[in-house]
Design a protein. Structure first.
Length: 410
């Protein structure tokens, strides 16, 4: 992996992460306050809990002293421990072995390629570890995902490492959460420690590991959720007294995030496009859309605007730009692909004899009421004035202004 990583990317997942001591830079002695995280996180419980996820970036060599501990609560078997790399140079997770769990048995020998519970039970493992050694002095993204069914999966650099292990993990609120190798010790080999009260999918783990901005539906995020939050803090509203100063700052933020720049051949294009994006951002804030959902909607609008500038695939006239029906169909496809309904339908229609597609879990974004509100905005702006917007995006424009003197006789 590369020597430097940009850091965690929260837009990959729906569940907010607990960024454990985000101010801990690991550039000196670790204080007692940094080391002890109190009750910052514990194994979640409840009927609707799918599990939990722990991840971090680590860099250690084989001759580095220390246990490689990242997070610990209690002392197994009274508690749990997440370490990477451990004494064997691999990712490991230890917890109590207090309950029997069904053992997974593969159907690959029968040519079906899926896993089903075997008829026999085996004792839950007290320790789960990966197979790939990561004590090579390079940065690695490591993660463990515990599912409420009682199985734990280890990841290295976004890829599953080894087989799933049966395990029982229970909360231990009587113990504090401890971060890093210990108090008063230098820890320059760990960063971006995150905890999620949800069992993330393989695709989400891969996105966190690779800083991927590409969504499984074919769009790429351009304006990040943190940039949406930054825009909302500017609070530019039409008619504000400070619209001049704040408006220029907001316009600069949007143009920088979306890589928009004035074109000498199309001087109006920059202004019109930026105004449309800003209208969407203000509307999304007015309907209480989250920053991540807003970022996805901006990416959808960007895809539609890009399609408007391409050649049509359905019209009989050669060279015509994409029609309004083509663009609306693409908008509808992308929007519905990012709804909870789409994720539910895809899961229900999945062939049960095959392994589930992990990307399905990343589709759920918009609720159906939000879909209706966003469609009202798009139809009332872009699609109602489709030809005008397309003319601005596609047709060359004369940048010369003609002055005409008009005299009026009384």
């Amino acid at each position: 992996m590369a020597e430097e990583q940009e850091g965690p990317v929260p837009w990959c997942v729906e569940t907010p992460a607990v960024f454990l001591d985000a101010a801990w830079k690991f550039d000196g002695e670790v204080t007692e306050d940094d080391f002890t995280q109190g009750q910052g996180f514990d194994a979640p419980t409840g009927p609707h809990v799918t599990g939990f996820t722990l991840c971090a970036r680590v860099k250690r060599s084989a001759d580095t002293e220390g246990s490689g501990r990242i997070l610990q609560k209690g002392d197994p078997p009274q508690g749990w421990l997440f370490a990477a790399p451990d004494e064997n140079g691999v990712v490991s997770f230890r917890a109590a072995a207090t309950e029997s769990r069904p053992r997974l048995e593969s159907r690959q020998s029968q040519g079906e390629g899926s896993e089903v519970p075997a008829s026999t039970d085996e004792r839950a493992a007290s320790s789960a570890g990966g197979e790939k050694r990561i004590d090579d002095g390079e940065w690695h993204h490591v993660a463990v995902v515990f599912r409420s069914e009682g199985f734990l999966r280890v990841f290295v650099d976004g890829i599953p490492d080894g087989d799933d292990m049966a395990m029982q993990v229970v909360p231990v609120p009587e113990f504090p959460l401890e971060l890093g190798i210990g108090p008063g010790q230098t820890a320059t080999d760990i960063k971006d420690v995150q905890a999620f009260s949800d069992a993330l999918s393989d695709a989400q783990i891969f996105g966190l590991a690779t800083n991927s901005k590409d969504l499984c539906t074919g769009i790429c995020l351009a304006m990040m959720p943190e940039e949406v939050v930054q825009y909302q803090k500017i609070k530019v509203e039409p008619g504000d007294a400070e619209e001049g100063s704040n408006g220029s700052a907001a316009r600069e933020l949007v143009s920088s995030a979306l890589a928009l720049s004035p074109d000498a051949d199309r001087p109006v294009q920059f202004e019109v496009t930026c105004s449309l994006y800003e209208d969407l951002l203000r509307y999304a804030q007015s309907i209480c859309l989250t920053p991540r959902k807003t970022a996805v909607m901006v990416a959808i609008l960007r895809s539609v605007l890009s399609l408007m500038q391409t050649r049509s695939k359905t019209t009989t006239c050669v060279g015509e730009p994409a029609s309004i029906s083509e663009c609306f169909h693409e908008y509808k496809r992308l929007l519905l692909a990012h709804t909870f309904a789409a994720a539910t339908a895809a899961t229900a229609q999945k062939d049960l004899t095959q392994d589930p597609d992990p990307s399905i879990a990343t589709l759920g974004v918009f609720t159906l009421p939000e879909v209706r509100l966003l469609t009202e905005f798009m139809t009332g702006t872009l699609f109602q004035h489709f030809l005008l917007y397309q003319c601005v995006l596609v047709c060359p424009q004369d940048s010369l202004l003609k002055l005409v003197e008009v005299g009026l006789e009384r």
